[in-house]
Design a protein around this ligand. Structure first.
Ligand code: ADP
Ligand code: ZN
Length: 290
């Protein structure tokens, strides 16, 4: 029995199949192009596996996660125009013999992966953010994703500007939101250098940490989670996590007592596999529920 995983990102897609221990058996990755082109590669990959039971999808969005909605399973108002109103789940079902599909956001999937098999294992309340090309967040309480009329959009929460930051911001919708000030492209536009090429002692990392620390601060006050996980390319900067922890402690100013920072504000234990393993776990849950 095999489970399928699709981590559908704005830059690249990762498809994988895994077994019931959530071990990845085969994994492929390709760039995100048009739905026609990219979904062809997705379908061709999964068609090879005859014992595939269910598929878990973690998708970039916004997406429609409301089961009663007519457009459930669609990518909705995404800035990636070719994907706007694309019936992702419908397409998979149509092409893969009406397969059952677990459908959630890319960050929820990564959050679930860490909850099942990473640094959220054994905990009941886990929040996950990615700081990459964009910023997104997902939250889990007792195994259920936090949602209301739709999924959260935690990456666009407002933040207070760092006094030394003159960068105008990079979000077309909001002036001072987290994504617009702290995602990878904001770092590049602020400094003229991609994050991966900036030296760790560059003063702009203090600005970056200030924004992520505010995110941790708000997350703490809103959810009181047991762990806050920060993933994504930007968090590959070791020094950044430390700076975030320090600035977070200053912002909270001992108002609430939180877990030890070394276990509270962390990077993903599953590293780049959090999303794929989360998708496999969602596929497995779906199979076991049926
Ligand atoms: P995506 O968000 O597209 O899934 P990533 O999480 O890798 O992909 O995010 C890409 C962004 O992260 C880019 O803006 C890139 O400049 C930045 N980035 C990637 N690696 C690093 C690194 N080691 N240090 C700082 N920034 C990085
Ligand atoms: Zn925004």
């Amino acid at each position: 029995m095999l489970y399928g995983a699709i981590e559908a990102g704005g830059t690249k897609f990762v498809c994988a199949v895994g077994n019931e221990n959530l071990e990845i058996i085969e994994r492929v990755s390709f760039p995100t192009e048009t739905p026609e082109k990219t979904m062809r590669s997705v379908i061709d990959f999964f068609k090879k596996f005859e014992t595939l039971s269910t598929i878990g999808v973690g998708s970039f969005g916004p997406i429609d996660v409301k089961r009663e909605s007519e457009t459930y399973g669609y990518i909705t108002s995404t800035p990636k125009l070719a994907w706007e109103n694309f019936d992702f789940v419908g397409h998979l079902k149509e092409q893969l013999n009406n397969i059952s599909v677990a459908w959630t956001t890319d960050v929820n999937a990564a959050c679930y992966g860490e909850y099942i098999a990473g640094c959220g294992k054994g905990l009941s309340s886990v929040v996950y953010y990615t700081i990459g090309t964009g910023v997104g967040g997902g939250a889990l309480v007792d195994g259920q994703f936090v949602e209301g009329f739709s999924h959260p959009e935690m990456g666009h929460a407002m933040v207070r500007r760092h006094p030394d930051d003159t960068f105008i911001g990079n979000c077309p919708y909001h002036t001072d939101c987290l994504e617009g000030l702290a995602a990878g492209p904001a770092i590049e536009k602020r400094t003229g250098t991609k994050g991966q090429d900036l030296p760790p002692e560059d003063p702009s990392w203090d600005i970056e940490a200030y924004y992520i620390a505010q995110c941790a601060y708000n997350t703490t006050l809103l959810f009181s989670p047991q762990v806050i996980i920060f993933g994504g390319g930007v968090m590959k900067q070791e020094q950044l996590r430390k700076k975030v922890q320090e600035q977070f402690a200053k912002l909270i100013n001992d108002y609430v007592k939180y877990p030890d920072l070394s276990t509270y504000i962390v990077t993903p234990q599953l590293e780049d596999n959090a999303g794929v393993i989360g998708c496999l776990a969602l596929a497995k849950d779906l199979y076991l529920q049926a």
